[in-house]
Design a protein around this ligand. Structure first.
Ligand code: ATP
Length: 391
């Protein structure tokens, strides 16, 4: 468990946030299907998903701003399901900041303490301002601050109440990209410093992956997959997750045989190898699977040099349909009978000048990077690029 370093430390302890069978219906519409979720104390947890997937509703049920249709919310041993928001040891930071415009930064941060009748607030307010690095802005009014600074005031104002859990509802949504990136690091630093549980709602996969220890990917009111950012990225269990976190090529394939620890697949005339341990479904001979591969794991070789490709690599032959230069890398689209619109990202180190639209190429990769998904569940959309489905 992380301990807090500030002396105005919000309370340590109190345990995990535990949702048990929690659901939310609005009339006949189910916004959140029954879900069980434990957020370990002290973790930075992200609920990630597209607009309307139910992440804010889930957060609001933890805050007490929304009453669950079924299920319970526990904070540590305490069942808080029926407690009003102000009686829960939880504070929420919203995208809109909701600062008091007529109060300066200092008084905005002091507000929670003054409301509780605490007279001597100076030391705590100053420490909070230091924590969010706004010590020099104490006498400014909110309109004299940048968006990022206002957001930091909102965080300080919430943390001074010593919540056990800080809920963040798209807190960086109103900021431009550069500021968002700065604030992502800033929020992560603050969380590490205070050591309390942060639960963060976002639709931005990069934001979730940058900050959170654990990410729950939500889709249509359900948690589709939960894990560390690297685990979700490397081992997506559904096409939705594969496409929501980055880009994936999903090649429709059929199982031909099992070879030791590997599954041998055929896809439009190509033979591909998939590690059995990375296949999310049972794959007997004849079964349909989607063979997934991330674009950055693939190398493109001009067909004239194909003889030099090492043995044992998965390979797909095709023609470059598009090549987009984006500085650090070039993003190729390769059309092949195996998989139209196959994406390959190549770092611009020693660029082969022959790799231009129209060129015939072999796309090849280490089979160990291949993952296998359920074609029956995920194959209907049949996209080569799962992010189209996720969008
Ligand atoms: P966003 O990122 O757009 O806020 P979200 O994933 O947070 O999306 P929610 O706000 O949790 O989604 O909403 C989930 C679903 O529940 C949506 O389809 C929404 O329209 C619906 N919903 C939310 N609040 C209500 C309500 N008070 N009455 C009826 N439907 C609602």
């Amino acid at each position: 468990m992380t301990t807090m370093k500030t002396t105005t430390t919000p309370a340590v302890g109190g345990g995990d946030v535990r949702l048990t069978g929690i659901s939310k219906r609005y009339g006949t519409f189910t916004a959140v299907h029954p879900l069980d979720l434990t957020v370990p104390q002290g973790s930075f947890f992200a609920l990630l998903g597209a607009s309307g997937c139910g992440k804010t509703t889930t957060l609001r049920m933890i805050a007490g701003l929304e009453e669950p249709t079924r299920g319970t919310v526990h904070l540590g041993d305490q069942d808080v399901t029926r407690l009003p928001p102000y009686r829960r040891p939880v504070n929420t930071v919203f995208q809109s900041y909701a600062l008091f415009p007529h109060l300066d930064v200092y008084e905005n941060v002091a507000f929670g303490l003054r409301r509780r009748g605490i007279k001597n607030v100076r030391r705590q307010v100053e420490e909070m301002l230091e924590l969010v690095q706004l010590g020099g802005q104490a006498r400014r009014k909110p309109h004299q601050l940048s968006g990022g600074q206002q957001q930091r005031v909102a965080v300080a104002r919430a943390l001074i109440n010593h919540p056990r859990v800080l809920l963040l509802d798209e807190p960086l949504g109103a900021l431009d990209l550069k500021l968002r990136r700065q604030m992502q690091l800033e929020l992560k630093r603050i969380q590490t410093e205070v050591g309390i549980t942060f639960i963060h709602v976002t639709h931005d996969q990069e934001e979730a992956m940058t900050m959170a220890d654990t990410v729950a990917v939500m889709n249509a009111g359900r948690i589709e997959q939960l894990g560390t950012p690297t685990d979700l990225y490397d081992n997506p269990r559904t096409a939705f997750v594969a496409g929501f976190l980055g880009t994936s090529n999903l090649v429709p394939a059929r199982v031909t045989a099992r070879s030791g620890e590997d599954i041998v697949l055929t896809a439009g005339g190509a033979t591909l190898v998939l590690p059995a341990a990375r296949c999310t479904v049972p794959a007997p001979a004849g079964a349909a699977v989607l063979a997934g591969i991330r674009p950055e794991k693939i190398t493109l070789t001009h067909v004239d040099d194909a003889a030099g490709i090492p043995e044992g690599r998965n390979r797909i032959t095709g023609r470059i349909a598009d090549a987009g230069f984006i500085g650090v890398s070039t993003q190729y689209v390769v059309d092949s009978p195996v998989c139209p619109g196959f994406e390959v990202y190549a770092q611009n180190i020693d660029r082969d000048r022959r790799l231009v639209p129209g060129a015939e190429v072999v796309a090849h990769w280490n089979p160990a990077h291949t993952f296998g998904l359920d074609a029956d569940r995920d194959g209907d959309a049949g996209p080569a690029h799962a992010e189209e489905e996720a969008a």
